[in-house]
Write a protein that binds this ligand. Sequence first.
Ligand SMILES: [Zn+2]
Length: 189
Amino acid sequence: MGRRGLLQGALAATLWSIFTGRAMAVPPAVKDMKGVEDLQKNWKLLLAEGVKPPLPTEPVKLAKDEWRKRLSPPAYNVLREEGTERAGTSPLDREKREGVFACAGCDLPLFTSAMKFDSGTGWPSFFTTIPGVFGITTDYKLLYPRTEYHCIRCGGHHGHLFDDGPPPTGKRYCNNGVALKFIPKSGKA
Ligand SMILES: [Zn+2]
């Protein structure tokens, strides 16, 4: 990134902090939508060598008790019952290594480390996703409508999508960390 890009990034960051009131947030180092498209197209560059991820087109359908066996109780609560983990409890919120975030229910890659930003909310947050991996619904659990998103492969609930993310997408995918598993690019867990 050139000096001009850095200055533009700093300006966008400042404006974003003012608008959202999140002084601690660090915006992503992506200048424009072309940069976002490149991240989406080239997401496999952050996949560890030798990992063969499943495809969104291979659905996973399990009975409730099979999911209970496969998932930890907190992961079951989020993925299968649309629960929300307590803010600040997921170590993945602070994960800064290069790699890929996959669905804890079915291993489908959902985000890369290059799509992550520190929203200051206490939940892992992303400004875009690997293409075609989520389905979207509207829920009214908090009385007002929220955009819920779930894994297209296993149907597992991941989080909610908000329009107060950093530029250039303006999107904030607020994800439960317990619904994710991190695959570091180095291959070392
Ligand atoms: Zn899944």
